[in-house]
Ligand binder design. Structure first.
Ligand SMILES: [Zn+2]
Length: 234
């Protein structure tokens, strides 16, 4: 908590004289909205500049002709319940839930997860609304490749062997994501997820591997950066 307050001080709030003029009373709703939104923007910027997962996805989208711009393609908003983020295919915008994301590591994961949906949208012309398999596939890929299921994010990891655990985690998270956005029965969602699981679980684009931790992601990013060098030698 103390650390959070310290960080906020460093964000340069004293550069906003309105906060002292009474417009943003301490503890008022206006103040907390301002704070949440600003913090969300700062964490987003930090994720885009420092997370190897995010940097790789942003680079891959740019080279696929879908360059991502912070102000155009991201929106920090208050969300209902415990949702962390979403991808709005109609506007090609990623929503970040500023009231539910409080830590940089969480922001990094949400940005990565949603960028994987955006990447799928860019490369594959996904039919999010009519083709249930497309949605299931992208949720499997997002859970598999975003670090959502990496060791320290999963407390129950001791219940399974490591590899099996990762697959179970991906399957469970994909199911939960689908059930959160579509009115379908659990059985129906399970059936579709199982149908496409192997194909989508083994599709690691644009990472070329499952980035289990930040180190993996850094290697994947380095390979991505060097990709032209290899093809130039062919
Ligand atoms: Zn998702």
């Amino acid at each position: 908590m103390a650390q959070t307050e310290q960080q906020e001080e460093d964000y340069g709030y004293n550069l906003f004289p309105e906060r002292n003029s009474g417009k943003f009373q301490k503890g008022s709703i206006a103040e907390s909205l301002f704070t949440f939104n600003h913090k969300c923007q700062v964490m987003l910027q930090f994720a885009m500049e420092t997370s190897p997962y995010a940097k790789l996805l942003l680079g891959a989208m740019k080279s696929s002709g879908c360059a991502v711009y912070k102000d155009r393609h991201f929106s920090c908003e208050d969300c209902d319940g415990t949702v962390s983020g979403g991808f709005d295919a109609t506007s090609s915008q990623i929503v970040l839930c500023q009231n539910n994301i409080h830590q940089q590591s969480h922001m990094n994961r949400v940005v990565t997860h949603e960028l994987i949906h955006a990447f799928d949208h860019c490369r594959a012309h996904v039919d999010w609304f009519n083709n249930f398999k497309h949605l299931a596939c992208s949720e499997i890929r997002a859970a598999n490749l975003s670090g959502d299921c990496s060791f320290h994010n999963e407390v129950s990891r001791f219940n399974f062997g490591l590899k099996k655990h990762h697959q179970e985690c991906v399957r469970g998270r994909a199911l939960r994501s689908i059930l959160a956005v579509r009115k379908v029965s659990r059985e129906e969602a399970e059936k579709v997820v199982d149908e496409v699981f192997d194909t989508c679980f083994n599709d690691h684009a644009p990472f070329g591997r499952i980035p289990h931790d930040k180190k993996d992601a850094k290697f994947a990013y380095r390979d991505f950066e060097n990709r032209d060098r290899y093809s130039a030698n062919l």
